[in-house]
Design a protein around this ligand. Structure first.
Ligand SMILES: Cc1cc2nc3c(=O)[nH]c(=O)nc-3n(C[C@H](O)[C@H](O)[C@H](O)COP(=O)(O)OP(=O)(O)OC[C@H]3O[C@@H](n4cnc5c(N)ncnc54)[C@H](O)[C@@H]3O)c2cc1C
Ligand code: SF4
Ligand code: SF4
Ligand code: SF4
Length: 401
């Protein structure tokens, strides 16, 4: 019966973020992610008993932000902190390694901080995004044990995947691993909920996941977005060797590498335009650009990567904006600076980020509809703005493909 609570509250209302946390949190181990969808692996749900851990850990409706903030910071965010959350300091930054700088999304701050955390916090591994070995156009979590391998996993992956589900197998293999993780808002919210749970997996997540970094998320895209884009480039999926979303000169292009050594590309803004028809209800109505619950959060320093992508040569000096939230985050940032792998300089952050503006407006639109939507980070708070539709924010997004 209790799994049906998850089905009724989350799955049938299209509120699932596909984070994979329910697979990890289930003490009976009867949930498996089937692609983006949690499924019971047994025919009867009688084994569920009285447990509701899958619903408790789920960020689909209840993101758990106020409770997690209370635990992390001893307070909840104020209205003026609605979109960025609680943070201690803010920096512009990028990697000092020219190779990583080039192959990263916005200067490689995240990859640099992950590698620094491995040294500074003596982590055994970090969980990042990669590709499925059998279907290399599909996103999948990857565990990286060697910091030298991390640049290969840099860049943004504009595709949904069940990021957290890998944790159960990882800890089954070795429950004493010291782990770091990079993710987007819904994944970090689920992880923090898992870490607050009073069960075996909650305890492991609490004690072994020691560094968490997040990247901002305007919205992600179902795998069909990537698949149909590759199809429109007339490349059969079985020929794909790798897919990169931000390859080459800033802000990068959508690039497909094939088994026979060919490379095909399309501009980032054309890819973004294509992806708009492959969004889930959960992503469109999402109330968080950043969870605000990571040790460090990073967004692009560029206020409008869409515009940069439409210019032949971007005039923007590639870098990221880094928000440090916890003492652990501050320690890792200092380590990276003292090791001369990260350079930082002062910056301010206003509302000037196209992804954030799109998110605020979409959220305000959904708050006015009579549909189930995820809770925002401040209980009862509603966005009080005149909604600017997407076609006004980015007119060229709505030309036909
Ligand atoms: C779906 C999505 C939407 C985004 N929307 C915005 C936005 O609106 N505004 C903005 O300023 N920035 C946005 N970003 C973040 C931005 O694209 C960069 O990721 C960020 O600026 C960090 O750049 P970097 O060079 O420091 O990271 P890099 O050094 O390139 O490293 C990025 C790290 O993030 C991991 N990663 C990439 N994609 C995912 C994913 N989907 N899930 C989990 N981990 C992942 C990679 O494995 C890598 O470890 C978005 C990213 C994604 C994936
Ligand atoms: S977490 Fe509990 S309710 Fe959910 S599927 Fe597992 S046993 Fe059933
Ligand atoms: S949002 Fe995450 S925890 Fe909730 S049902 Fe979906 S995959 Fe499971
Ligand atoms: S828009 Fe929200 S639900 Fe969708 S991937 Fe981003 S953080 Fe998760």
């Amino acid at each position: 019966m209790p799994f049906r609570n998850l089905e009724e509250t989350i799955l049938s209302s299209n509120l699932c973020t596909s984070c994979g946390a329910c697979q990890v949190g289930c003490p009976s181990d009867i949930i498996r992610m089937d692609g983006l969808h949690p499924k019971l692996t047994v025919d009867t749900d009688a084994v569920c008993g009285t447990c509701i851990d899958c619903l408790t850990v789920c960020p689909g409706l209840d993101t758990g932000v106020p409770e997690s903030e209370q635990q992390l910071f001893g307070r909840q965010r104020q209205v003026e902190e609605r979109w960025l959350g609680i943070y201690d300091s803010i920096h512009a930054g990028c990697s000092t390694d020219p190779v990583l700088f080039e192959c990263s999304a916005s200067g490689g701050s995240v990859t640099t901080l992950l590698a620094s955390a491995m040294s500074c916090l003596k982590l055994d591994c970090v969980v990042v995004s990669g590709r499925e070995p059998q279907r290399p156009w599909r996103a999948a979590s990857v565990v990286c044990y060697d910091p030298a391998e991390l640049p290969k996993t840099a860049q943004s992956t504009y595709q949904l995947f069940a990021h957290l589900s890998i944790l159960k197998d990882l800890f089954r293999e070795n429950s004493s691993l010291r782990v770091g993780l990079v993710g987007i808002a819904c994944q970090i919210q689920a992880l923090r909920k898992l870490q607050r749970m009073d069960n075996f997996w909650g305890k492991l997540a609490r004690e072994q996941i020691l560094f968490v970094i997040e990247i901002a998320c305007s919205s992600s895209t179902a795998p069909s977005g990537t698949e149909t884009l590759i199809d429109s480039m007339e490349i059969p999926l079985e020929k794909v060797k790798d897919v990169r979303y931000r390859e080459g000169s800033y802000p990068g292009e959508f690039v497909v590498y094939t088994q026979d050594g060919q490379k095909a590309s399309t501009t980032l803004w054309e890819a973004v335009r294509h992806f708009k028809n492959h969004k889930t209800h959960r992503c469109l109505s999402c109330g968080d650009w950043m969870s605000g619950l990571a040790d460090i959060s990073v967004c692009d320093g560029d206020p409008n990567i869409f515009k940069s992508s439409q210019q032949e040569v971007s005039s923007f000096a590639k870098h990221g904006t880094i928000l440090v939230r916890t003492q652990t985050g501050a320690k890792v940032l200092e380590w990276a600076k003292e090791s001369h792998v990260l350079k930082t300089w002062s910056t301010v952050i206003g509302g000037a980020n196209l992804g954030l503006e799109r998110k605020r407006n979409r959220r305000a639109h959904y708050e006015g509809l009579q549909l189930p939507i995820p809770e925002g980070p401040i209980p009862g708070y509603r966005e009080l703005i005149d909604v600017i539709p997407d076609e006004q924010l980015i007119p060229s997004l709505n030309q036909n493909d």
